[in-house]
Design a protein around this ligand. Sequence first.
Ligand code: HEC
Length: 279
Amino acid sequence: MIRIISILTGLFFAAALLWSLLWDTIQLGKDGLPHTVEKAFVKHDLKKLDLASDGVFGKFDEAQLQRGFAVYQNVCASCHSLKHVSYRSLAALGYNEAEVKAIAAKATINAADPLTGEFKDRPGQPSDKFPPVVYAGAGHPPDLSLITKARHGGAAYVYSLLTGYANQAGYKNHEGKELLKEFPDAKTPDGLHFNPYFANLNIAMAPPLTAEGQVTYSDGTPATVDQMAKDVAAFLVWTAEPELEQRHQTGFVWMGFMLFATVLGYMSYRNIWADKKGH
Ligand code: HEC
């Protein structure tokens, strides 16, 4: 009886697994043939980005995070907020207390005065979060704290987007089809910028990284556009998951524990059955 139940349970799990695999395949097949301009011309094969924080052994590269933070501060911060990040947490990038204080003090925070309750501007403190950004241009720059979690492809998407602006005239997709020949009406409207990595091909953000040396790196790394894009993408992985290293460590402790429990279970099984077998 027990044997039948365990076989049935096994079959049930095997069937569930098979079904979920098939289901994914069916879903993938559904959006097979492109029929709109976005489907045919948005690039889904992102540029490859290898980061130190990738994989189960991944750790943040502090020097890279500091460079990425410099890019954010000098370029992106004029339009994009970072509301989930506190100045204090920048210690994880390798800044000491005095440096964190100095970075925070450069910000202006509008907060209630503890004595009068009145809202006033004051210099930032380490316990403050990055303040909201007032933006008056076209479009809505999203808060960047969680963007690498919110977009498919994460850091590789941000990197591809930043370095992916292209000339729309003559632009061809991977099948060699020319966009404006296939869809003559799809010309990028004035004020928008053609970027084949963006979900609808035309983005309100002008290319933010345009010239080598736009940001001065204190560690001497040459600040090419490609390097700045990689570094800011790495930094945005950290803002979205500052506890990533800890999660990796917890994973290892768990795996060790499970391994230990498995060995223990096997040993006690052998022990219990040792004198029952062979009779
Ligand atoms: C001059 C203002 C401005 C600057 C500077 C700027 N952005 Fe943007 N950004 C925008 C706007 C506006 C949008 C919204 C675009 C849209 O929805 O069409 C945007 C959108 C984005 C998006 C989201 C794209 C998506 O998939 O929805 C990312 C990621 C991004 N910006 C990253 C950056 C980074 C990183 C920097 C700094 C290197 C930067 N931006 C600098 C204005 C700016």
